[in-house]
Design a protein around this ligand. Structure first.
Ligand code: DNO
Ligand code: MN
Length: 356
């Protein structure tokens, strides 16, 4: 596995690239141009700036997360073709600097959803928390206002401009069901994949987080069945997945190690993190260690090891520990600890294999 670390860009991330380089075994950053409006083409000069900065620090820029998909594409509006053209242009620019994988998602309106960004854990650290009943009884506008009132940090996938038009967005999704969303995803992939192939960039969809419908909006990438459907939707090796253990693991019926083995040859990017699930449907993000949460991280890493996984891995979110102030989920310390845990498992599996 190739270890990479998410970085939000110069002036937009409190973690310096030189620190990332010091995390053992970390070879690249997972990046994006977060100041470009969703749907607009990414300019080469800005891409090159990131490349140069990363290279000066001995890090590659092989993985992009995310080139977000414009809402008109998800909605299947006639204007989608314009945004798909822009997406293709962005792919071409990214191929010029050697990008290998693009993580994207197809979730209507919201990317990830939580009820609390800094929920206190027993040990005094804080973490992202999902309180099911709170979300179910909440007006989405309330959630958006709550999340956006803190302007110290920007939240990936929560662009204020776009979410400022929330009621318009919700109106647009009236009458769009899961089948429609599948059709629109198919349309997008059919147009994009030939270019991805030409550019040798793997498209890797991120599952829905959490993997169920929220605020009445359809969500389709949620379990084993739906990933099968996605891979058959357009059967092309460039149509792949970002396999996120924390997102899919919120649904306890997802057998994650089995899914890694089944989909392994189409997983180009692995997000590994743990969560603790409660019986009432709530969950909280924990440290990566298996015994701290409900997800067997050891078994997941073992599954990757068994399939001889050669693609990219990142610790996904972490807790906020040691008084670190960071964007929710994206502190340096707990994610770096997560990396060491993953390497610990991986190295011992390698050693065992060598001894056999
Ligand atoms: C959640 C995170 C997501 C992810 C985007 C990708 O598990 O990894 O916020 O960044 O959904 O588009
Ligand atoms: Mn993830």
């Amino acid at each position: 596995m190739k270890m990479v670390f998410r970085w939000f860009g110069e002036g937009n991330d409190h973690v310096p690239l030189s620190y990332i380089k010091q995390i053992p075994g970390t070879t690249g950053i997972v990046w994006g141009l977060h100041d470009i409006e969703v749907g607009e083409k990414w300019p080469l000069d800005k891409i090159l700036k990131v490349k140069n900065k990363a290279e000066q620090n001995g890090l590659n820029i092989d993985v992009v997360e995310s080139v977000n998909v414009h809402e008109d594409i998800k909605l299947g509006r006639p204007t989608r073709d314009h945004y798909i053209e822009n997406y293709k242009e962005t792919l071409k620019e990214l191929s010029k600097v050697g990008v290998k994988v693009i993580c994207y998602n197809f979730m209507p309106v919201f990317d990830w959803i939580r009820s609390d960004l800094f929920k206190k854990l027993e040990d005094g650290s804080t973490a992202l928390f999902y309180e099911k009943s709170k979300i179910e009884n909440m007006d989405p506008t309330e959630l958006v206002n709550d999340f956006l009132k803190n302007d110290e940090f920007t939240l990936p996938g929560w662009e204020p401009d776009r979410l400022g038009k929330l009621s318009e967005l919700f109106d647009a999704y009236q009458g769009i069901n899961e089948e429609d969303l599948w059709d629109n995803l198919k349309y997008f992939l059919e147009k994009i994949l030939p270019i991805a192939e030409e550019c040798d960039i793997k498209m890797a969809i991120h599952p829905d987080d959490p993997p169920w419908s929220v605020f009445g909006l359809p969500r389709i990438i949620t379990n084993r069945q739906s990933i099968r459907k996605l891979l058959n939707l357009v059967d092309n090796p460039y149509n792949g997945i970002s396999f996120c253990s924390g997102s899919l693991g919120a649904n306890e019926s997802n057998d994650l190690p089995a899914m890694v083995k089944e989909f392994g040859d189409r997983i180009y990017f692995a997000h590994i993190r743990n969560i603790k699930r409660y019986k009432n449907g709530d969950f909280i993000e924990t440290s990566h260690r298996t015994s701290d949460g409900s997800i067997d991280i050891y078994e997941i890493v073992q599954a990757y090891h068994e399939i001889d996984y050669k693609w990219y891995v990142r610790p996904d979110h972490g807790r906020h520990i040691w008084e670190e102030e960071s964007r929710p989920g994206y502190g340096l310390y707990d994610r770096a600890l997560g990396i060491m845990y993953l390497w610990g498992i991986w190295d011992s599996l390698e050693r065992i294999k060598g001894d056999v």
